[in-house]
Design a protein around this ligand. Structure first.
Ligand code: AMP
Length: 303
């Protein structure tokens, strides 16, 4: 089943306590589509500038991602500069340059308009809605965002959320969006904006999913060495939504398995800078971590 994603394709400059990477491949749509491509066909809609390195395009092509919706415009590619201190759960944004995204007007092809699974990765909520409104009959719509848009485009974001089934954001963003410090109350408020299911990313503490019928908790995969957390959230979303698109099933058990696959995919991304760890990743490695997480969380009531 084909999955359409709109989001950022970026050149990231990232500093962590363990090193620095300059102008590497990044962006919400790149992490998302690479992770999702392990489970499903992916169609990417985004814009790059004329300065975008061709080897990064080749990387996405090697993952068999449909790049017919990746437009090249005159100007510079979107750039993000961020830093992490020893608390790797919190990115500090040093600079955001929208560049070619400032004037991007996506026009979906006839084939892309038929997409059934649509992921609105982190980008301007007005752009997210513009893309979604061109899709004829979406079966399932999921969305991500960040503090940058909650602060600068709150009304547009809330309008977009009215068309979304699943929202995947981090804990601080749930509180900020709801303007409510208690996470359970905040989740209730955010689900009131539209999304029936809210997936709350909590960094190394895992994920909490508030679905219509239950709350589910999945731990992050325990790693001894986390090198660069950039893209963990988008990679989580790619594994999660890619799995849902592949199974075409939305029952509670399937949503739960999707959160575990999302956690597994994110655990690989953070082991290296940029998307380097996903290059050459084998399905058998994904399955191994999935089964390890299952074993870690299994318990039952004593007789
Ligand atoms: P995360 O999964 O939250 O770590 O996402 C990191 C990615 O988000 C980086 O590769 C950035 O290029 C991208 N990013 C950062 N800020 C923005 C923004 N305002 N809009 C879209 N993408 C962004």
């Amino acid at each position: 089943m084909s999955l359409l994603v709109v989001g950022s394709v970026a050149l990231d400059t990232v500093t962590t306590p363990f090193g620095e990477a300059r102008e590497t491949l990044g962006g919400s749509a790149c992490y998302f589509s690479t992770a999702a491509s392990f489970f499903s066909d992916v169609q990417l809609v985004a814009v790059i500038g004329e300065d975008f390195p061709p080897e990064y395009v080749s990387f996405l092509q090697e993952r068999k991602i449909d790049l017919s919706g990746l437009q090249t415009s005159a100007g510079q590619t979107f750039r993000w500069t961020g830093r992490y201190n020893y608390n790797l759960n919190e990115a500090q944004t040093l600079d955001t340059q929208l560049n070619v995204f400032e004037t991007f007007k996506p026009q979906l092809s006839e084939r892309h308009r038929q997409a059934q699974y649509v992921f609105l990765a982190n980008i301007d909520p007005e752009l997210q809605l513009e893309v979604l409104q061109q899709v004829e009959k979406p079966l399932l719509v999921a969305c991500d965002t960040m503090n940058f848009w909650i602060e600068s485009k709150r009304d547009a974001l809330i309008k977009t959320l009215g068309h979304v089934d699943i929202l995947i954001i981090n804990e601080a963003e749930v509180r900020q969006l709801a303007d409510e410090p208690n996470l359970v109350k905040a989740a209730h408020i955010v689900r009131g904006f539209g999304p029936q299911t809210l997936v709350v990313k909590r960094g190394e503490y895992g994920v909490l999913m508030f679905s219509p019928h239950a709350i589910f908790a999945a731990p992050a995969y325990p790693l001894e060495a986390v090198f660069d957390p950039t893209g963990a959230g988008d990679t989580f979303a790619g594994g999660f939504f890619g799995y849902l698109a592949a199974t075409r099933n939305l029952d509670e058990a399937c949503l739960r398995r999707a959160t575990v696959f999302g956690s597994v995919m994110a655990s690989f991304t953070v082991e290296k800078f940029s998307l380097d760890r996903l290059r050459g990743l084998e399905m058998s490695e994904i399955q191994d971590r999935y089964h390890h997480l299952l074993a870690m969380t299994e318990f039952s009531m004593p007789d």
